[in-house]
Design a protein around this ligand. Structure first.
Ligand SMILES: [Zn+2]
Length: 70
């Protein structure tokens, strides 16, 4: 997948970057390493590819909880 325009503001300056993502969910922080995503320098929007989303979900306490309920 290659994103040419920002889904949020339409900017064509959105670019693919690689790095780790840190998030906090209900006071619990977690880091997802080696992610590839698109970041818009104009509005700060980040777009994740399906593969990156799967990695985030695998690390996220939110999804872990959801899985535990089932
Ligand atoms: Zn944008």
């Amino acid at each position: 997948m290659d994103i040419k325009h920002c889904p949020s503001c339409g900017s064509s300056r959105i670019k693919k970057v690689r790095g780790s993502l840190s998030r906090t969910f209900e006071g619990e922080s977690y880091t997802v390493p080696s992610l590839t995503y698109h970041e818009c320098p104009d509005c700060g929007e980040r777009a994740y590819e399906p593969d990156a989303v799967r990695k985030i979900q695998a690390k996220s306490p939110a999804y872990r909880k959801e899985l535990a309920v089932r």
